[in-house]
Design a protein around this ligand. Structure first.
Ligand code: TIU
Length: 224
């Protein structure tokens, strides 16, 4: 019998604290602040800002329970040598320009102000930050190793954007055998249609990629 049981779709999600990690994907100023990559792609960033508050509550609860917390950031070396030419090219077409100067420094470049995580969700000591060049958090990172070494089998997945980096990460995790629970109100897409479709895609077919729920159900379970 698992330590915690959470009301979720398509059915209850069960987990043990010491085998579970909270992963917070790309809550960077580049996706959640004015002038960043998200906005340069032509999006309204209201939805990505709106999840900061519920996510703070989940982060606080996870820290209280000593749950393993991992943060990720999407971005590249200053010389962009780790950015595929295809990604650079398509970024430019949409006017976003990875590596171009914006109001928060060079877009999606490591070390720049815009690339860093928003103040409200700042990592604390002991919480690894995974710098990733792609959308998925496993691709060309040591995330797998960190999880394996801690004996993590379950991931509670949050962050932005649901249909891009969150979904890519859940799909990668699913193929590696992790049990993923995505928090619907702690993930955001710029377009509500993408949010809705992403949620359905995760939990359909008996949980083809995992489970989804609202953060209140996780918080209720943790309070126990
Ligand atoms: N474009 C978009 O919606 N998102 C990204 O490029 N990255 C993440 O989702 N983090």
């Amino acid at each position: 019998m698992a330590e915690y049981i959470v009301k979720a779709k398509p059915y209850e999600y069960e987990f043990d604290l010491d085998k579970t990690a909270l992963i917070i994907i790309d809550m960077q100023r580049d996706f959640c602040a004015s002038g960043g990559f998200g906005e340069k792609l032509g999006n309204d960033i209201t939805p990505t800002r709106a999840i900061i508050e519920p996510l703070q509550r989940v982060l606080e609860a996870a820290r209280e329970k000593d749950m393993f917390v991992i943060h990720t950031r999407e971005g590249h070396r200053p010389d962009l040598s780790d950015c595929p030419p295809s990604k650079l090219r398509r970024g430019k077409i949409q006017g976003a320009g990875i590596g171009d100067m914006g109001p928060m420094g060079r877009i999606l470049v490591r070390g720049e102000y815009g690339h860093d995580i928003v103040d409200e969700l700042k990592p604390i000591e002991g919480e690894p930050i995974i710098d990733k060049p792609g959308k998925g958090s496993f691709y060309q990172t040591d995330l797998d190793l960190l999880l394996y070494n801690r004996g993590i089998t379950h991931l509670i997945v949050t962050g932005v954007t649901t249909h891009v980096c969150v979904q890519s990460t859940i799909r990668e995790a699913n193929d590696r055998g992790f049990e993923c629970l995505m928090l619907e109100d702690c993930t955001a897409a710029f377009d509500p249609r993408d949010q809705e479709a992403s949620i359905r895609m995760i939990h359909q077919q008996g949980g083809i990629f995992g489970w989804t729920t609202e953060s209140k159900h996780l918080l209720e379970a943790l309070k126990g």
